[in-house]
Design a protein around this ligand. Structure first.
Ligand SMILES: [Zn+2]
Ligand SMILES: [Zn+2]
Length: 338
């Protein structure tokens, strides 16, 4: 089968490799595989766990090609499916307490073992969610990031809040802004320094502040009567942005850390004291979040489609990754079409 294989730092190539053995597991014919920030860090050789050679991709959809010997399942060949890519141990305290998504040794398809950037992928039956028969497989590849956003928003303790700010409008931040806007919030702000991404969101009716020409702290304080926002979602992963998030957030506000920072990052802890702000960590999603992300995506196909900017065949993989790290393409979510 054809696979896009990461062989070394900043290099992926198409290889013709034998179809993997699927005894006791399920063989999936991959349709679409999304490129995530973590795939980019694998590509750049910066991911702490990934080891070459590796087939990346944890955001993928497809159809059941074959069911391995000994697998008990209701799935049938031809069923449209998506993969919940988390692999947990089931034995650590987090797992025993039902929080398998924060397993002490959490692994992922496409990082710790081969993933979806290939014609076929082999996964455990327990990771597979069956999709509605009329679900477009292209949008199904975005279910994983949707699940991240659903999980993050569910971590917020306040209900029916009136104001929020999303910092960073990559695919995750944009999805968050879309969901917050749909919740009927009174005031929604977004902060994004990439003008292309800012324009993308503005077209969807989201008010975006570009910190290159407007100071987001001063602007948001003015617009909120000097109160700041009730909810702040950090989706940029930028250390520079992290310094401002406590200023933009109001007294007793909640700050959700949706993006993954690549290194320990400075934060104004004094502001958190004096304003009694809450800082909420979050990581991936629960199995329920993932299941609900399937339904959300199915019911909101047009909204989810707004975050997909490019689709490429895997043959162009090396160029696609090079363009992403070189900042050449103004991208949102990029998918490989198999
Ligand atoms: Zn991802
Ligand atoms: Zn565990």
């Amino acid at each position: 089968m054809k696979a896009l294989v990461w062989t070394q730092k900043e290099h992926v190539e198409i290889q013709d490799i034998p179809q993997p053995d699927y005894t006791g597991r399920v063989l999936i014919k991959v349709a679409y595989a999304g490129i995530c920030g973590s795939d980019v860090s694998v590509y750049m050789g910066k991911h702490p766990r990934a080891k070459a050679p590796l087939i990346m991709g944890h955001e993928f959809s497809g159809t059941v090609a074959a069911i391995g010997e000994g697998v008990k399942t209701d799935l049938q060949p031809g069923d449209k499916v998506v993969v919940d890519p988390l692999i947990f141990c089931g034995k650590c305290n987090a797992c025993l307490n039902g929080n398998t998504h924060v397993c002490r040794t959490l692994n992922l398809y496409g990082v710790d073992c081969d993933g979806g950037m290939a014609e076929y992928a082999v996964v455990d039956e327990s990771c597979i969610l069956k999709l509605p028969a009329d679900m477009p497989l292209k949008m199904a590849a975005v279910i994983e990031p949707v699940a991240v956003v659903i999980h993050g928003l569910r971590m917020i303790k306040k209900n029916f809040y009136a104001s929020a700010c999303v910092v960073g409008l990559g695919p995750m931040g944009l999805l968050t802004a879309i969901m917050l806007k749909d919740s009927g919030i009174n005031q929604l702000f977004a902060v994004e320094a990439n003008e292309n991404r800012a324009q993308y969101a503005r077209q969807l009716g989201i008010e975006v502040i570009n910190p290159k020409d407007t100071d987001p702290v001063a602007y948001i304080m003015e617009r909120t009567g000097n109160e700041g926002v009730e909810i702040l979602v950090e989706a940029s992963g930028s250390p520079a942005a992290a310094k401002t998030i406590t200023d933009i957030t109001g007294v007793r506000g909640e700050i959700l850390l949706l993006s993954v920072f690549k290194e320990p990052t400075a934060l104004d802890l004094r502001a958190i004291n004096f304003k009694e702000q809450s800082l909420i960590g979050c990581r991936v999603y629960t199995q329920l979040d993932f299941k609900d992300a399937v339904t959300y995506t199915y019911k909101n196909l047009d909204k989810v489609a707004a975050v997909v900017s490019h689709t490429h065949p895997i043959e162009g993989g090396q160029e696609v990754f090079q363009d992403i790290i070189g900042g050449k393409t103004e991208t949102m979510k990029v998918l490989f079409e198999l």
